[in-house]
Ligand binder design. Structure first.
Ligand code: NAD
Length: 319
């Protein structure tokens, strides 16, 4: 009988919001994890609870520079990248390099080890979409020189590089197009849900960019991670949308966040973000059909869990 290879995953960006939940789930399933992070946007506190886990190794490194993993690896998940508008505005070149050199370097590791590779791509590859909801076959509507371009174009390049490695070297690659995810360990870093919750907790006005009629389809992080890992354990090569189909306006999100906190904060409309997509909702028929995946956590439930986690994190800071 053939011996099964021990499962060992490299998770780049494993110290970040989504990445740290990915590390938790992989370890819980008995997979060893090598987390590679330079903590440019993530926090050490996200993975501190794993420090003594025998299956967990943390390597502090920048994936845009060549690095090596000596012991055998069965899976490479490339999540390392700044991921919010203020962060990629603060780190524009680093964002482009995380998608370009970072993708190249991590693909080379997967190739050397004969490992499955999954790229964390984004709904931003669709830009401000002219097709709604967005199917994986849609090519997108992206401004190549706008304020979001460093992120959007880096991810588009990353997808093309991933496909090139699959076609040229036969690397077993997959691509996950993640739509707005939220949940515990998110920072109020400019992303709409943690920002609204933080503003409501602080009792300051909730800042609505533009008229607030633009929509988002937020997906609770447990569902996002289950989707990423479903792609990882499948043989799917084409991009797969992972997101929730519950579409809510930004104004609606603000109302729900304020109610969940029980705050009396007013709303304040400020200038719209440049190139802010008007509508966002994934078509998830491919994930449903090929992976049997669909989101399980409603927005009301996920929001409650996120508010509780943000409250607890603040008490930890002040305690
Ligand atoms: P995050 O900022 O919390 O996590 C990213 C992690 O990558 C951080 O820990 C950061 O320190 C690390 N990192 C960045 N550049 C690096 C580099 N050069 N070398 C090593 N580590 C580096 O963001 P997140 O929300 O957890 O996003 C994770 C991934 O998922 C990103 O690739 C992002 O583009 C993608 N994604 C996220 C969302 C979302 O809604 N959160 C949506 C679409 C796509």
């Amino acid at each position: 009988m053939a011996m099964q290879r021990p499962q060992r995953a490299v998770v780049t960006g494993g110290g970040g919001f989504i990445g740290s939940h990915v590390c938790d789930k992989l370890l819980a399933a008995g997979t060893e994890v090598v987390c590679v992070d330079n903590f440019s946007t993530g926090h050490r506190s996200n993975v501190e609870h794993l420090a003594d886990h025998p299956g967990f190794t943390l390597i502090e490194a920048d994936v845009t520079e060549e690095f090596e993993i000596r012991d055998p690896v069965t899976l490479v998940l490339h999540l390392a990248s700044p991921a919010s508008l203020p962060e990629f505005a603060r780190l524009p070149i680093e964002t482009m390099l995380a998608g370009s050199a970072g993708t190249y370097n991590t693909l080379r590791i997967a190739r050397r080890h004969g490992a499955r590779y999954v790229l964390a791509s984004t709904s931003e590859v669709y830009g401000d979409p002219l097709e709604h909801p967005q199917k994986e076959t849609y090519w997108g509507h992206v401004n190549p020189i706008g304020p979001r371009a460093v992120y959007d174009e880096a991810k588009r390049y990353a997808e093309a590089m991933t496909v090139a490695f699959r076609q040229t070297y036969g690397v077993d690659t997959g691509i996950v197009r993640i739509f707005n995810s939220y949940g515990p360990r998110m920072r109020d870093d400019g992303r709409v849900i943690p920002n609204f919750i933080a503003q409501a907790l602080d009792g300051v006005p909730l800042l609505i960019h533009g008229d607030g009629e633009q929509t988002r389809s937020p997906c609770y992080v447990d569902d996002t991670v289950r989707g990423i890992l479903a792609v990882a354990s499948s043989g799917l090569g084409q991009p797969v949308n992972i997101g929730n189909v519950e579409e809510i306006s930004v104004l609606g999100l603000a109302r729900l966040a304020r109610d969940a906190v029980g705050s009396g904060s007013p709303f304040k409309h400020v200038e719209a973000d440049h190139d802010d997509p008007r509508r966002r909702r994934p078509d998830i028929s491919l994930a449903r059909r090929e992976l049997g995946w669909e989101p399980r956590v409603s927005f009301a439930e996920g929001l409650g869990l996120t508010v509780a986690a943000m409250r607890q994190a603040r008490q930890g800071l002040s305690g």
